[in-house]
Design a protein around this ligand. Structure first.
Ligand code: SAH
Length: 399
């Protein structure tokens, strides 16, 4: 493992050259250039670099990684004299954007990496507890970490900032292993409220940074249409289930993770509700339920990303097809299907095709109520397709 020597407080005097292909990508507004299109001699891991084309024309400043396939991520179209200061400004801008566009919640994504022009940094707010994920060599440099913590404290006055480490990402970025833990303050658990529904948050537990905040606006949308007997498949800690509960005669949540269901049950109690939670493999359970003729009025499908890479695409499509087919078979006339995909590699048209295919095989006629995506605290930058990944289709079966 190489030692990190990047000192991001010095001006970006180091430079890299990009091929014509890389330069075309940058001109089209995409911040990434892949290793095969970058020449970087003697650049330390994580350093800020001047980017030029082969003729030496200046294209902007980027953050370099010596291990990722994405060799550089642009951070600015001009020179950068003080990277920590630039990062602090970007964090303030990200917070200002949320003040305008994020409502009805004290849990939301404060910084969404490329979506906030801060490649490699994720910050989620859970009321007075913040959760930080650092995904690249440049963001891991000490002066940058310092600027991140200082700016978050100055702007949001949290009681605790907790770092969530994904060991696999640090390995891929050739960063030394590090444990998850508090970066600042003492507090790592709290209670949040989104759309008037309350959830417990434990910064040390759970998947991702604790919750799937990208679904927040879809919870509210699903609740608008939900009725009768509802089934929330891949329910995790009960996000959809608890939002739908006031509108439904019964709600059952299904997940394969016991800790997630235990938290879901506590969340239900916190909201004065009693829901049914079933620990099961969703594929097996839907197969059993569909073949035994069970019926529901509302079904939510929110599986994990089946296609983590392009290679998984075909298998992923089969997975989505099977889930949607079984769900559609179980829906009563007039029923509501809320079906999601968070695989970036499955595009919105592909996802619609797969649900259409499932409807055809189930001999059901489906009408679209809403095409939805991720909540606005996960901003999509038009020139960066990778910032758009969540699809959420709300549809109804004809009577
Ligand atoms: N709907 C949730 C998020 C779902 S994330 C929310 O809004 O919070 C995907 C969930 O699927 C995770 O909770 C994971 O534990 C669960 N999961 C993964 N594979 C599964 C399987 N085969 N059967 C059931 N649950 C599964």
């Amino acid at each position: 493992m190489q030692k990190l020597t990047a000192d991001s407080s010095v001006p970006a005097e180091l430079s890299v050259k990009v091929s014509p292909k890389g330069s075309a990508r940058l001109k089209a507004g995409h911040p990434w250039v892949y290793r095969s299109d970058v020449t970087a001699d003697g650049v330390p891991p994580g350093a800020p670099v001047r980017v030029t084309d082969l003729r030496g024309k200046f294209l902007g400043t980027a953050l370099y990684s010596n291990s990722s396939q994405i060799a550089i991520r642009m951070i600015d179209s001009g020179p950068v004299a003080d990277l920590p200061a630039l990062i602090a400004d970007r964090i303030r801008a990200a917070i200002a954007y949320r003040k305008i566009f994020v409502t009805d919640t004290d849990a939301y994504r404060v910084v969404f990496s490329e979506g906030d022009f801060l490649p490699g940094l994720i910050v989620d707010r859970y009321n007075d507890v913040l959760s930080v994920q650092i995904l690249t060599q440049a963001m891991d440099a000490e002066p940058v970490r310092g600027a991140v913590v200082e700016t978050l404290v100055e702007q949001l006055q949290p009681a605790g900032i907790h770092e969530r480490v994904e060991a696999r990402i640090r390995e891929l970025e050739h960063l030394p292993a590090r444990a998850s833990g508090l970066m600042w303050g003492q507090k790592s658990s709290t209670v949040v409220a989104m759309n008037g529904v309350r959830f417990l948050h434990d910064g040390k537990e759970g998947q991702k940074t604790g919750a799937f905040l990208d679904q927040r606006e879809n919870y509210a949308a699903a609740a608008q249409y939900a009725h009768g007997e509802a089934l929330d498949v891949f329910c995790y800690q009960g996000g959809f289930a608890l939002h739908m509960a006031p509108k439904c005669s019964s709600v059952t949540g299904v997940d394969s993770s016991r800790p997630a269901l235990e938290m879901a049950d506590k969340n239900a109690a916190l909201n004065g509700r009693e829901l049914e939670w079933i620990e099961a493999n969703a594929f097996d359970l839907l197969k059993d339920y569909a073949s035994s003729g069970r019926q529901y009025d509302t079904i939510v499908l929110d599986p994990p990303a089946f296609a983590k890479t392009k290679r998984d695409l075909e298998k992923a499509m089969r997975g989505y097809k099977e889930l949607n087919l079984r769900a559609l078979k179980m829906l009563r006339p007039g029923g509501i299907l809320v079906t999601c995909s968070c695989s970036f590699h499955v595009g919105a048209p592909d996802f619609l095709d797969v649900v259409a295919d499932a409807a055809c095989d189930a001999h059901k006629s489906v009408r679209v109520l809403e095409h939805r995506g991720q909540a606005k605290d996960h901003p999509i930058v038009l020139n960066v397709p990778e910032t758009s990944y969540l699809k959420c289709l709300i549809a109804t079966l004809t009577e």
